[in-house]
Design a protein around this ligand. Structure first.
Ligand SMILES: [Mn+2]
Length: 494
């Protein structure tokens, strides 16, 4: 919160008051900072009117915290004689009502930073709520959802606490139900909606040599049938996006005809594309390698882009941040695809060596900031711009719901920093060829602590300023462990 208060300095002591404040004791400065007084200023008018301004989480708490310190008692004792009236200054600080406030305008938009953050939407994945693991072992956790309905319950909790995660992506067949309309209604009743439908053509024995690129037409027909079924599910749930990822590839040179596989891929994509409704999109994901070791049929953004370009407007590329070689400049890809109007969505996560689906912002928060900077520059942050910001993560070691909340907060923090870039300073420095100045404009924003701003925003949205703490306090973690007994926990292949 921002606090402004007034006090009155005796007109005959003004000069001395100014002099004393040129040399505020270091221990007094430290005590104020520790008590949560941030960005604190005092302004003095010639007639003795003193105006104080500070930012803090809770003004009463900040005052009480100072009142407990010995240094404050000493400082106030020495200052008391400078003020008009009795008692020490702290006791007479009465906050004024704020009647107008103009936020800093967000870079690249006509909105304020807070309004842009308020409109941000982050989609959570149903599979992140279920059990997951490595190729070697799935470690089960207690309280994990047993049905798609329970996954939606958890997603609704994340949205209730963060206020910016109103959709949940489904994965078919992991989230197969008899009545998708009913599932969508269940989600709506809990304040969330169904997001992207993720297809799965990699878990049947038939797909050992590929799915839509398989040499056998019968297997290809089965795979395409699944993709079309996913579009039916989109119709039933009101979902806009069909997300496609293919594990297709080859392990050995000579195993199959690389070019023929591209033809088969193009054919399957075309048939699925033709089935899409007017308001539906196809999002094509790429992945550098895995599970195939020699050739991957959609290995990179260039391949995904080329196929989407041939298909038409409703086909766009998904950037999964974990699906690149180490050192790949992802913000270049973001910028290129934005310019071509072919960026449809993100699958956010982090990875250190290869794709690990760690929490977004965990491995490289600076990279996430650079990505969001490109988004903000292109004015592509708002839902109206059509880019879906989705998480695609698994939480093998850490508890799942708080990890997803943390991930949403990480995306918000990177976005807030990107919104704080001083557009004018950046452009001026770029045009003047001022390399260091331009870099400084970015780094200043990146190095800003945006957590107070986000806490303030959440309060304005009627949320708890600290969603992690609010989740711990809610008792939901204990409740699901208590209630979700019996049945089979959801997980890969469920
Ligand atoms: Mn992904």
């Amino acid at each position: 919160m921002r606090i402004c208060f007034t006090l009155r300095v005796r007109p005959d002591r003004i000069d001395e008051y100014r002099a004393r404040h040129r040399e505020v004791w270091p221990e007094m400065r430290a005590a104020l900072s520790e008590a949560g007084w941030r960005n604190y200023s005092l302004f003095l008018a010639e007639d003795g009117l003193l105006i104080g301004y500070l930012e803090c989480d809770d003004f009463d708490a900040a005052l009480a915290e100072m009142a407990r310190t010995e240094v404050n008692a000493r400082w106030q004792a020495e200052m008391a004689e400078f003020f008009v009236g009795d008692g020490n200054a702290d006791e007479r600080m009465r906050p004024l009502d704020e009647v107008f406030h103009l936020d800093r305008r967000a870079l690249g938009t006509t909105m304020s930073v807070k309004d842009a953050l308020r409109e941000q939407r982050i989609e959570t994945p149903s599979w992140a709520y279920g059990n997951s693991g490595t190729r070697f072992k799935v470690f089960a956790q207690q309280g994990v959802p047993r049905t798609p309905y329970e996954k939606i319950d958890d997603a609704a909790v994340v949205h209730r606490l963060t206020g910016v995660a109103p959709t949940v992506a489904l994965h078919i067949p992991w989230d197969k139900v008899d009545d998708y309309g009913k599932l969508a209604e269940y989600a709506r009743d809990r304040g969330v909606a169904i997001g992207a439908i993720n297809s799965n053509v990699f878990q049947d024995d038939d797909y050992k040599l590929g799915s839509v690129c398989h040499p056998d037409p019968a297997v290809r027909r089965k795979a395409i049938g699944h993709l079309l079924e996913c579009v039916d599910i989109m119709d039933a749930t009101g979902s806009r996006d069909l997300k496609l990822w293919f594990a297709d590839g080859l392990n050995y040179p000579g195993q199959d005809n690389i070019r023929a596989r591209q033809d088969r891929l193009a054919e399957a994509l075309r048939e699925t594309y033709e089935r899409l409704g007017d308001d539906q999109r196809m999002l094509l994901e790429y992945k550098l390698f895995e599970p195939a070791f020699y050739v991957t049929d959609v290995p990179d953004w260039g391949t995904a882009y080329a196929h989407c370009l041939q298909l038409g407007e409703k086909a766009q590329v998904v950037i999964d941040t974990g699906h690149h070689a180490p050192g790949t400049n992802i913000e270049f890809i973001v910028s290129f695809l934005l310019r071509a109007n072919k960026l449809g969505a993100f699958d956010f996560n982090s990875r250190f060596y290869a794709d690990d689906d760690l929490m977004v912002g965990a491995a490289d928060p600076f990279q996430l900031f650079r990505i969001m900077h490109e988004i903000v520059l292109a004015d592509a942050l708002t839902p109206a711009a059509g880019i879906a910001f989705m998480l695609d993560q698994c939480h093998n070691l850490e508890p799942k719901i708080p990890a997803i909340i943390r991930s949403v907060l990480n995306v918000q923090e990177a976005t807030a920093k990107a919104l704080l870039v001083d557009h004018e300073a950046l452009t001026q420095a770029q045009q003047a060829g001022d390399v260091l100045g331009a870099n400084a404009a970015l780094m200043d924003a990146y190095n800003t602590d945006v957590r107070p701003l986000l806490r303030e925003l959440r309060e304005e949205m009627g949320l708890d300023p600290d969603p992690m703490a609010a989740y711990r306090r809610s008792g939901y973690a204990e409740q699901i462990v208590r209630e979700r007994v019996g049945g089979e926990a959801a997980g890969w292949g469920a």
